[in-house]
Design a protein around this ligand. Structure first.
Ligand code: ACO
Length: 324
């Protein structure tokens, strides 16, 4: 028998304010037609003044705990994936820990930008496999609206704010792909591509927060190749094929990246969860938000095999196989 990190509950939270493509077309030279055709995005949510990443994270966490029928006092670990922390330090996870009134265990952040949720899931899964954690909260939460250059039409139309969370609980499994829980994680990074996607500021370099900068076409090209490769690696590591997958839950960057990647693997469109049209790219929050939506509407059911994938700045990318 082996320890498995089984998903006990999952929740998502979006700020109230909706920003449509038509709204953006009033402030930059763009159009609904251009954005929809190139990205599939129709609208995104934007956090209110005074609404921080930790607030979104805490709201998503409360829903996930509720669905798991668990109390914060039962948790012994919180890992928050974010590239937009409330402050340079302390970790946003400790803000969430305090807001939940959790008085034990450990809380820290993981920084892998858009692939942050996969990285955080891997970290929490390792804690559980090693017996160091019995119940962990893994959150992806972002307020990218705060690091966008709202005059740059090539980037400001692509991102949105939000948070998603899953509660993981240690359970014993057989050690086969038939087990419930996280089956395997596959992480990659390649620091040579820093200049294609980065924020031009930070406490150590410019002493400012900075703005997101991106060479979109190059990112697109790398994303499709890297994601297809790491997804294939995840399948091969578990002796599975694309036919065994019930749901692909991709990072929601761009509908064309999602479609190109899944078609490379021979995944039919009906098996791919898409939320990019109404969430846009919420970075580390996009996968848990998509999971929460597909679980709530009844598509993802207990026992379903889900293949999660993401790529972002660094580049950092990865995939996880999770039996729900
Ligand atoms: N509205 C209208 N025109 C625009 C806009 C806009 N919002 N943005 C750029 N354009 C213009 C450009 O200025 C350019 O004009 P020009 O030909 O006169 O110079 C033209 O559209 C084409 O620009 P490209 O950047 O070549 O357009 P492309 O077809 O590559 O689409 C896009 C751009 C949507 C960013 C695409 O490259 C993409 O999706 N890349 C992936 C990036 C991504 O998703 N990053 C997220 C983070 S990483 C991740 O999550 C995987």
């Amino acid at each position: 028998m082996v320890a498995r990190a089984v998903v006990a509950g999952c929740g998502g939270y979006l700020p109230e304010t909706v920003l449509t493509n038509a709204d953006l077309a009033r402030s930059v030279d763009t159009s609904d037609e251009w954005i929809v055709q190139r990205t599939g995005i129709r609208e995104r949510r934007v956090a209110a003044e005074g609404e921080f990443t930790s607030h979104l994270a805490t709201a998503a966490a409360r829903i996930a705990l509720d669905r798991a029928a668990m109390l914060p006092s039962e948790l012994d670990l919180i890992v928050v994936a974010t590239a937009t922390p409330d402050e340079t330090f302390p970790a946003t996870a400790t803000r969430v820990q305090d807001a939940l009134d959790m008085r034990r265990g450990a809380a820290f952040d993981v920084q892998a930008v858009c692939s942050g949720f996969i990285y955080a899931l891997n970290v929490a899964d390792n804690f559980i496999r090693l017996g160091q954690s019995e119940a962990a909260l893994v959150i992806g939460a972002e307020t990218f609206s705060r690091i966008l250059d709202w005059q740059d039409r090539a980037t400001c139309v692509l991102f949105g704010d939000g948070a998603g969370a899953v509660v993981l609980r240690a359970e014993q499994g057989e050690g086969t792909a038939a087990d419930r829980g996280v089956l395997s994680n596959h992480l990659r990074s390649d620091g040579r591509h820093h200049d294609l996607l980065f924020v031009d500021g930070g406490p150590s370099s410019t002493r400012t927060v900075g703005h997101l900068r991106m060479a979109g076409r190059d990112v697109f090209r790398h994303a499709v190749v890297n994601l297809a490769s790491v997804m294939q690696e995840a399948l091969a590591a578990n002796g599975l094929t694309a036919d065994d997958i019930d749901w692909v839950v991709p990072h929601q960057a761009n509908l064309r990246i999602i479609r190109s990647t899944s078609s490379k693997l021979g995944m039919p469109e009906e098996k791919v969860i898409v939320t990019v049209d109404h969430h846009a790219n919420t970075s580390a929050a996009s996968i848990p938000l998509a999971l929460a939506e597909a679980v709530t509407d009844g598509r993802i059911k207990r026992g379903d095999l889900c293949l999660l994938e993401a790529m972002g700045g660094g580049f950092a990318w990865g995939a996880s196989l999770v039996r729900w």
